[in-house]
Design a protein around this ligand. Structure first.
Ligand code: UTP
Length: 448
């Protein structure tokens, strides 16, 4: 893009101020600014600007929500689902989708969150546990299990480097596909793009819902089709307890002919920060925890259970064709009011004391109302969910390491091996995904 083209485009969209410091910029800064402008979808930017005056919570605008039916599979039904999922895996029709483009600001780690060390003994990273599970499954089901990893523009290189430095954790690099999500410019309340330096537009990742557009832009749908992938297991980078491509979950999704399936867990307390799947006006939808009223959080059934009992930790299964269909639709945008560094009229950087601008994000669960079939599947949090969100306290590395070790101790105990509470424990997923694997292979101890 040339300066003249950028100038015309910005003027047409009321954003001329973006070039106000042009004469003071170095050659390199000028090129970088033009490249940034070139990435902006001005039609989408208009859509962002049109939301700025609209402060009503999206949930308040729709119909009356009710709790959905949640499958709690046991015994023969669970076995049947697991067998159906196993068949899909063995046939090579399953792919794994990881969203790892977040900024991890609560954890405060300087690097991609996936590279964060979580192994209690080896210090292995979150990515290690995910990748080793993918490898374990591909061995167990004698299949290729492509692993699609979405990064942000900012953490792409460091993410790829982490995999390279670790020999892809044993995976075939041809089956690990990295792709980048999009970025949005931040905006002032009156719809102006924010400059955070004289030659630089403030941009932030477009949210985990950016996945759908990024899959298309990154050529991943085409790759999936070539491989014959029909079903995608989706998860977040911060939960090393996740049962990747759980055959029962994949199987239930397939048997129910769903387009979108969700694993849900009973909330720890009524106000726990998990999204709530609801039905309204004949559609499924997600209510963010920040939009749940006190009455909704505390509503009880006749038996005293929470009415809105099951929350979503973002463990999903999608039909590939469903996501591909959505890639041609504009997804809803969510606004976050934030403190964003900016520049004054002289180009000096100003750090605001109060929120001064908006970031825009898309959320993956906004796909819910579009799905032709939705299945909700209950799971036991102690076995599958302990995210690393905060540096300390709840959902921190300390709680996650304790939960991981408690799970491994239970698996070892079920295979007849008791491990003292005081002894650190860690299992490589390739060695064992569950107690049955341990029983089959016997125990290999690594001390220290
Ligand atoms: P979170 O909502 O926990 O956000 O992301 P975060 O950025 O990782 O952490 P905080 O809020 O700054 O502390 C949930 C999942 O969605 C991914 C994250 O990488 C994580 O796996 N994500 C989030 C993206 O891939 N892109 C985004 O733009 C946002």
């Amino acid at each position: 893009m040339t300066y003249e083209q950028a100038k015309t485009l910005l003027a047409k969209n009321g954003q001329e101020h973006v070039l106000q410091f042009w004469n003071k910029l170095s050659k390199a800064d000028r090129a970088a600014l033009l490249a940034q402008i070139d990435t902006i979808d001005f039609k989408e930017l208009k859509r962002c600007a049109s939301l700025l005056g609209d402060t009503a919570a999206p949930a308040a605008k729709k119909g009356k929500p009710t709790a959905p039916k949640v499958a709690e599979l046991k015994g023969a039904a669970l076995k049947k689902a697991a067998a159906a999922g196993g068949k899909e895996l063995a046939a090579g029709r399953v792919g794994v989708l990881l969203v790892a483009g977040g900024q991890g600001s609560r954890l405060g780690y300087d690097g991609p969150k996936g590279a964060y060390s979580i192994g209690p003994i080896t210090g292995s990273s979150l990515f290690y546990f995910h990748a080793r599970k993918v490898l374990a499954l591909s061995i167990k089901y004698a299949c290729r299990l492509p692993f699609y990893i979405m990064t942000s523009q900012g953490n792409y290189d460091a993410t790829v480097a982490h995999f390279e430095e670790n020999d892809y954790f044993g995976l075939d690099p041809r089956d690990v596909i990295f792709f980048k999500q999009g970025m949005w410019p931040g905006m002032t309340p009156d719809g102006k793009i924010i400059l955070d330096a004289p030659g630089h537009i403030f941009m932030s990742p477009d949210g985990h819902g950016g996945l759908i557009g990024a899959l298309k832009a990154g050529g991943c749908f085409a790759d999936m089709k070539k491989r014959g992938i029909k079903t995608l297991f989706f998860f977040q980078v911060d939960n090393p307890m996740v049962e990747i491509a759980d055959p029962a979950f994949i199987g239930l999704h397939t048997l129910e002919k769903s387009e979108y399936s969700l694993k849900l867990t009973a909330k720890r307390e009524p106000t726990e920060g998990l999204g709530m799947v609801v039905k309204r006006d004949g559609h499924f939808d997600m209510i963010e925890y920040t939009e749940m009223t006190d009455e909704m959080n505390n509503r009880r059934t006749k038996t005293g259970d929470l009415y809105f009992k099951f929350g979503s930790p973002a463990i999903h299964v999608f039909d590939r064709a469903f996501l591909e269909r959505l890639a041609n639709k504009a997804m809803p945008l969510h606004l976050a009011h934030k403190k964003i560094a900016t520049v004054d009229a002289k180009g000096r950087i100003v750090k605001p004391a109060a929120p001064n601008g908006y970031k825009f994000e898309k959320f993956i669960f906004d796909a819910l109302p579009e799905a032709k079939g939705v299945t909700c599947f209950a799971f036991d949090r102690a076995e599958e969910f302990s995210p690393v969100k905060n540096a300390e306290g709840k959902d921190s590395p300390a709680t996650c390491k304790a939960d991981l070790q408690a799970k491994w101790r239970r698996q070892l105990a079920a295979a007849g091996i008791q491990v003292a509470e005081t002894m650190p424990v860690e299992l490589d997923p390739v060695y064992a995904l569950d107690a049955a694997d341990i029983a089959e292979r016997g125990l290999v101890l690594r001390m220290g």
